[in-house]
Design a protein around this ligand. Structure first.
Ligand SMILES: [Zn+2]
Length: 237
């Protein structure tokens, strides 16, 4: 292992879940992270009935494209189509995260545009953050999964209004960091909006420059390595 990034698919998914748990993305036993199967059989994802911080390599299952559990003993999450359909639509995506991150859910309900008032939102904006509004209910069918993938388009993140967030990336560090940055962006904007109407935010030009300066792949990896070190310092997986 180098730089805190393991090679095994089960270990990578377990680590993603542990980091998301430490970052307060857990909603009791709901929310999940996944990694595309290197052999193309489907997606490796967190098993259901467990919280993020309880996920070990043994609690990661391989879910086929049709929802069958192909490897592993756990149950699959009912919302597996979020993962399978985004990865089916996006060959560039190898990892998907879905959580019910509280500030993101609260922010989505304000109907306000996400503004780059600090660094985090520049990872997504411009253009305006994508929103899925077809339903606030669970994504239980392949058809709804395809709608989620359509709404996400080529973006790295989306608010599922009345529900949660979805992020997508070429690897687990990028998808997990996107989830963390989106939740922090929403938290900061809610904080500002609770004090007054927003008076200022970065122009599109400044936001795009900041995206390049703050979040190029090497810096995403540095942030991921820090999150993994912090987890291990606390005795996590
Ligand atoms: Zn959900």
């Amino acid at each position: 292992m180098s730089g805190g990034f393991p090679q095994g698919v089960r270990e990578q998914v377990a680590l993603a879940c542990a980091v998301l748990g430490l970052e307060d993305h857990g909603d009791l036993v709901w929310g999940h992270a996944s990694l595309r199967d290197p052999d193309g059989r489907g997606v490796w994802m967190k098993a259901s009935t467990w919280g993020f911080e309880e996920i070990t390599e043994q609690r990661v299952v391989l879910v086929g494209w049709d929802g069958q559990v192909l490897e592993g003993d756990g149950r699959r999450h009912a919302e597996y189509p979020i993962h399978t359909e985004i990865m089916r639509a996006r060959p560039d995506v190898n990892s998907v995260v879905h959580t019910h991150a509280p500030h993101s859910v609260a922010f989505a309900a304000t109907g306000q545009p996400l503004r780059p008032i600090s660094h985090e939102a520049t990872f997504f904006v411009p253009p305006e953050i994508a929103r899925f509004t077809e339903t606030g209910d669970l994504i239980l069918t392949e058809e709804l999964g395809r709608s989620v993938a359509d709404s996400l388009g080529d973006r790295n993140a989306m608010l599922l209004v009345h529900h949660g967030i979805v992020t997508a990336g070429p690897d687990i560090p990028t998808a997990v960091l996107a989830a963390i940055l989106l939740e922090r962006a929403c938290e900061k904007q809610l904080l500002a909006m609770s004090a007054a109407e927003l008076a200022t935010w970065s122009s599109d030009e400044e936001a795009l420059a900041k995206r390049e300066h703050c979040y190029p792949p090497p810096l995403i990896r540095h942030a991921w390595d820090y999150l993994v070190r912090r987890l291990r310092d606390r005795g996590g997986s």
